[in-house]
Design a binder for this molecule. Sequence first.
Ligand code: SF4
Ligand code: SF4
Length: 431
Amino acid sequence: MKWSRYNIVVKKRDFLIFNTVTGGLLEFDKTEFYEILKIRKNPNLLNNCKYKDELIENNVFVKNDEYIINKKVFSTFKDRLNSETLSLTIVPTMQCNLACSYCFQDENTHFKKTRVMSNVTVNNLLNFIKSYEGIKYIYIIWFGGEPTLAFNVIETITKRILKETKVYLFSELITNGYSLSKKMIDLLPQLNIIKLQITLDGSKDTHNRRRYDKNKKGTFSKILQNINKVVKCHPKILIAVRVNIDKTNQNEYIHVYNLFKNQKSNIVVYPGFIEDYSSTTCNSVIDDCIINKENRYSFLIEQNKKYGLFKDNLLPEYTEQSCIARTNKGWAIDEKGNLYKCLANIGDLAYSIGNINDVPIIKNEDLLSEFLTGYDYLRNQECLTCESFPICDGGCPFLLIKSKGNKKLYNRCHISKGHYKELISIFTENY
Ligand code: SF4
Ligand code: SF4
């Protein structure tokens, strides 16, 4: 047995040992900790230590850290290549009904009514889905534009998948919530929609200054009414209320949090961070995975110190999930049938891999292979010896491709890297 490279030691009043593989946090007084330090130098002493079982169970002492690396590499590849789930982000239309102040879409694209998925593309989409033999599940994220503006397309595709295939279908609707009609709300369970993501940007005034319709009319009250209607009709549907955060509205998060904190409904509030990735799709929602990590880190710490929020999110957790761009069964598809590996690329043909209306469908194998394996942390020596390796997903493939893996241009590291001691310290103060 030997001391694991994945241990982090923090000195508070006592000594804390956090292991990034198990997420275990152990506390020892000074005498106990010095005994553990002796074992670190001479692992044979472990047999006589009264905490032996605890230390082994939490991976503080391990046979070999290489096993951890092997297991993580194996499970990550399994997840990427052998998934039983086809994960699709589908844009039924690029049209939108809002004109948010931070939207980077050009106005001509925005309100154009022609950009809705055609019947031919819907047919080819069904054929594309059916070509995946052996899958058990399909997870669809309906995205836009504003997907409710082409709700009939969502209905058609869903009903055809349910009728023409034997797979389990679950889906999620990313909507601004403004045009959700009673008919749409009634249909949500029939369309197997288990989650809605809706954005509110703060108090009523702040939200209305940022998220308005094309006549500059504020949208807060109507969106809130629609959220309440969904909650009333379908209490089991999860509603993820996203608060878009930038430098100007960081103090607004607490307003939205307080709005829902006493509701016994299925609503979670979380922060999203707005940045311009020169995407042609809706920037209001794409950046969940490509946020500026330092901004996110300081926001979480500040909100925790001021309001006690995020106390359960401070300790980093082990993850085995890869982004869909790294998996062979993950695709984003726009209303014209163009295929992308990343939803931030939707509408940007420079990043299109092919089109489901063409034969063959895949046109750009080089780009596809770059998304699947390019600049992969599982082959990077620095990553393989990093204490965050067990909990890290290796960063966003799109930004790694954009920066050609250049560390100065894109920090791929996990949010906790370099901040463990502070995070563990604050975590223990919360409890
Ligand atoms: S490539 Fe990056 S932005 Fe795209 S889905 Fe993956 S993590 Fe998100
Ligand atoms: S990307 Fe950064 S945090 Fe993640 S394993 Fe590599 S060096 Fe560590």
